[in-house]
Design a protein around this ligand. Sequence first.
Ligand SMILES: Nc1ncnc2c1ncn2[C@@H]1O[C@H](COP(=O)(O)OP(=O)(O)OP(=O)(O)O)[C@@H](O)[C@H]1O
Ligand SMILES: [Mg+2]
Length: 509
Amino acid sequence: MTPAEPVIAVSGLCKAFSGKVALDEVSMELRAGEVHCLAGENGAGKSTVIRILTGAIRRDSGEYVVDGRPLPVSLTPAATRAAGIGAVYQELSLLPHLSAAENLLMGRLPSRGGVLDRGRLREQARARLDRVGLGGLDPSTVVSELPAATRQLVEVAKVLGDEPRVIIFDEPTTALSGSEAESLLRRISALRDAGVAVLYVSHRLEEMFEIGDRVTVLRDGAVTRSAEMVEFTEDTLIAAMVGRDVEELYPRGTSAGNEGAALLRVRGLRPRGGGHAVDLDVRAGEVLGVAGLLGAGRSELLRGIFGADPPESGTVEVDGKRVPPGRPADSVRAGIGLLSEDRKELGLLPELSIRENVSVASLRGIGRRGLLSARRESGAVDEVLDGMRLRAGSYDAPVSTLSGGNQQKVLIARWLVSDVRVLLFDEPTKGVDVGAKAELYTLIGDLAARGFAIVVVSSYLPELLGLADRILVLRAGAAVGEVPAAEATEEGLLRLASTGVPEGENGAA
Ligand SMILES: Nc1ncnc2c1ncn2[C@@H]1O[C@H](COP(=O)(O)OP(=O)(O)OP(=O)(O)O)[C@@H](O)[C@H]1O
Ligand SMILES: [Mg+2]
């Protein structure tokens, strides 16, 4: 194939969902040996393009050409797979109750005399896991027991198993820690160098600059710019995405070390599944950041505080009052809210409207106080939603019609309108676009200023440095240090998170 020949060419793609335009005349080309990034805000249409390319949904009109051959409008995922197109989706497609091996070889399980050949299944699964650096994983592990990042890599291994010539990644690094993301990016570069055509979607600009050869920017379903990556700077790329300049990303100065008693006080908390006892205090008005590598126990700590998983031991107090351990409902009553990393778990109710999904958490509050009128409630909900720049036609639309990032915003909004005073955020900006991130940071800053005590877990260190007053670093389930954000650096935090030893000291101690 000559380099001038695109593997995939789409032109004039249009798609509407019940009358609302999601894609408006989108054209782009994917070439062998090139990483093509697709950028845009939440709801811009990125996943819709991908779902059309993979045959998951039908285009309304437009051309879709693979290797010079036009594809019909009625496509199936099987047909696009046969054409050499593989995709790693934003919402993972693994079946949680099956083993990694069974997921990897689904549809082509090796058999001997009609009986599943377990030995070969293991062997073939091993080979696939090896390709994504998971050589050490036992292929018989059930997927639901794997951490999010490992699941993501298993998903990649599954797609690579088809030997695709085109691989599409829809936000593959959102669940990964910094070093995990780095190694995935290196794998993607290697695929590119081996002649694969890659389509890459991420909200992390630095990733696009790291691996992108070309970028197409969508805004409200239409292409605003498509050019070689080197023609962009971060600022011009953001401007093309949001159609305005994003003011300073981290607007908040660190608070002046607010004196006073802790609003959230945690003592000797050992989350379920071992780990060490962790103490922490967060005063009203403070943001405590929690850093650590994948598997350091950050989510487990938050889940233990909230009682989503009953802790082995330890106490949690809000405003001096003991919170009964291990019962989320009691935690909420005591004033603690958790935004978990796994969106699906704390449950959007897909058949309810956007507005109803937000007010769900505060319903109890209304009942108890009996004062807040439904009108005022919905006013408060709308105000929070407006502040999050939610891409939605109407707040009465079903929440299931929102894009992935916009659903995340709804979950955050839910806690913001509720009665809690302590907010635990696990990776709050996962999958959230750059414009909304800036607004979310402002919101978190405002909440702190209003007297909330906030704990933010994030794998994205610039975010912790910009948001938090203090940063607690976890390593292998233990707190290895706490640093004032003003004195912390990315390098220092990384060193502490990976070695447990602060800067300036040596490991011999
Ligand atoms: N099944 C659906 N029903 C109705 N509307 C939909 C459906 N799927 C997508 N949309 C709408 O199409 C538009 C584009 O959504 P899409 O998921 O492609 O956005 P995205 O760019 O991937 O955003 P994100 O960064 O949040 O993942 C949005 O307005 C979304 O609400
Ligand atoms: Mg999407």
